[in-house]
Design a protein around this ligand. Structure first.
Ligand code: PGA
Length: 253
């Protein structure tokens, strides 16, 4: 059987509170983790820290950003373009995180950001996920809609550069991740939505990560029984030992 590939992404959000601490945390993670050929670890720090972390020349950790401008250029105070992130050594960028959507980021903006990322050679990690579940299954239509809107105008060939992160909003920041069975169901559902959207003949080689309250105790189940292709980790990526422990668990799958 083909060995599975895993992508483990740390989303530092608005942490740590100084460049010195960012360098320390990154170095600690770098020192503690041991990877395997089929595992890739990505850290998405606040973008101002990217150049200093890149300068540490880690061979194990890849860098990503947490957001990107929907614009290619122009007068947009406070915005950072995909090309700027790329030139600051980001390889990935999280797009459409629920915390950004909560500030009013629309599906159209997410789509524009995906396109900007792809044309600059960044791999977008597109976040989708429902706020709540309902017995009628409306949440499935909601997630499907988010995926379709994010992919509008994107070519089939770009799929190899795209990652999805399924993050049920109610699990983010909570102390309870979604159960493995539901993670598995959503992973299949997202893949099927992509197959239908592009009218593919077989399942695409696309990673569907899970995010929301991942920790060293539940990571194994989410990747094992849950069949997620990786994880998007918030709080536990700020704990070097725990992040490294999660990656050690991946090696045992
Ligand atoms: P959490 O955050 O792991 O702290 O729940 C996940 C995320 O927001 O990506």
């Amino acid at each position: 059987m083909k060995s599975r590939n895993f992508l483990i992404v740390g989303n530092w959000k608005m942490n740590p509170d100084s460049l010195t601490r960012a360098v320390k945390l990154f170095s600690e993670i770098d020192k503690n983790i041991s990877l395997a050929k089929n595992i890739k670890a990505v850290i998405c720090p606040p973008s101002v820290y990217l150049p200093a972390l890149h300068a540490l020349k880690s061979k194990r950790l890849t860098l990503g950003a947490q957001d990107v401008s929907e614009f290619f250029d122009g007068s947009h105070t406070g915005e950072v373009t995909a090309a700027m992130l790329k030139s600051a050594s980001a390889h990935y960028v999280i797009v459409g995180h629920s915390e950004r959507r909560a500030y009013g980021e629309t599906d159209d903006m997410v789509n524009a950001k995906v396109q900007q990322a792809l044309s600059a050679g960044l791999k977008p990690i597109i976040c989708v996920g429902e706020e709540k579940r309902d017995e009628e299954g409306h949440y499935l239509a909601f997630v499907k809609h988010q995926i379709e809107r994010a992919l509008a105008g994107v070519s089939k060939t770009s799929l190899q550069s795209i990652v999805f992160a399924y993050e049920p909003v109610f699990a983010i920041g909570s102390n309870r991740a979604l159960d493995s069975r539901s993670v598995h169901e959503m992973s299949i559902f997202i893949k099927k939505t992509i197959v239908d959207f592009f009218r593919l003949k077989s399942l695409p080689e696309i990673s569907i990560l899970y995010g929301g309250a991942v920790d060293p105790l539940n990571a194994f189940g989410i990747l094992g029984d849950g069949q997620a292709d990786g994880l998007l980790i918030g709080r536990q990526s700020l704990e070097a030992k725990n992040f490294a422990e999660i990656i050690s668990l991946v090696k045992t799958i």
